[in-house]
Design a protein around this ligand. Sequence first.
Ligand code: ADP
Ligand code: MG
Length: 423
Amino acid sequence: MTELPADESPIVPFLRAGPPPDRTRWEGWQQWRAMRGTFTPAPRLSLQEYSALSPRRKALHDLHRTATHVNMRLQETPMSQRVSGFLRGRLQNNAVKFMPGTRDGLMINGGGFQGKTETACDAAATFEDLWRDVHRQLLPRPFPGTRDVFVPVAYCRLPVRAAPKALCKTILDVYGDPYPKNLDDLIRAVRDAIRDHNTTALLLDDITRLRLHREDDQDTLDLIRELMDLNVTLVLIGVDIPHSGLLRDAYIDTATGQWVFPEVKRGKSHNSAAATQTERRFDMVDLDPFDYATPAGITAFLEHLAGIEDQLRLFGSFDGMLTTGAMPEYLFRRTRGIIGLLRRLIEDGCTEAITTGEERLTPELLARTPIRLGNLADLDPEAGEVPDIPADVRPPRQPEGKKSPKPRNTVFDDHGGIQAADG
Ligand SMILES: Nc1ncnc2c1ncn2[C@@H]1O[C@H](COP(=O)(O)OP(=O)(O)O)[C@@H](O)[C@H]1O
Ligand SMILES: [Mg+2]
């Protein structure tokens, strides 16, 4: 039997004071790196145990359950594994290269809400855990040659419709450095900051927010090249990078499958060393949604659902609540296999299940739960960051108690055109 907390035991160990850490500043990134994966989920109480609690304890337990549902852990999926494997491998390889010069970069491409940001940050943080360990062993502090704090990973997000200056400022913000006035000085400041803080990985998230369809955007492309010439692994993350204009002058090397950015012809480089370098190479890796068209795809989706189910704290929950019967396919049709939409749906479904006292997720309950993306101000629809949410997905009609043990893929069966594209 689960041990019940005494009524006087310390309150809310699961809540944190203050706003969530801002990963785009080095201090916030460190806080986030240290606390990621440390959330303590609510204990699993039976309804009986819950009923025995005082009203105050009940309220706290409900709060803890809610916190558990909105703080579900990142789960590895075959798609995320591929991306994080690529990213960690690239960061490690480049980090142990001692020669100066261009490092091969990485582009992470995928639709909105598919987990690009979380997957990349988690992989970069895992790299940093290792890298800091190595540094502690190699070079006991103080770390020689560094003017400032050691910031091996710099993570930035581009503001909407960013221009070159804004991009530089976003990078300087990581270090809390002041902004020089003109672009040349900004770029120099960026280069100095990256060197002085021993940054080996520079992640530029939402890179497809860069304005890249106008004439003067050549400045932006030139700036990206400047960044490629720094001694960092540049990781560009965005929606539909191939069609963003970012690859305007790049071509694919068919031998390696890499994207190659040829030398700048305009000779406007701020970096003299760059003059001797001919090209910059990038691998592109896609982060795809779940697919329900192959047995392997279905298995991955079911495993993910099982992982979610295990984290839910609903009193009426049962084994296979999300993975059996018509539920998996319904969830797929509601979300098109997009991991972030699935998460939103489950979170809000759980709130509904707790509020109404149903205490379990059913297709009928979820049918009443719209998928809301939360703070849309944070997303740039013009950059394709807001995914289409399927509307009018009818819950399956299935006789009670009849559960097919193995879900069959009927996603592509004709459902009478009920899968409208947009919501
Ligand atoms: N592997 C995963 N397991 C569980 N939840 C995930 C996973 N990847 C992403 N998510 C969730 O999906 C949502 C969207 O992820 P995010 O990384 O912001 O997407 P993107 O950057 O592609 O728009 C977030 O709430 C995130 O926590
Ligand atoms: Mg993102």
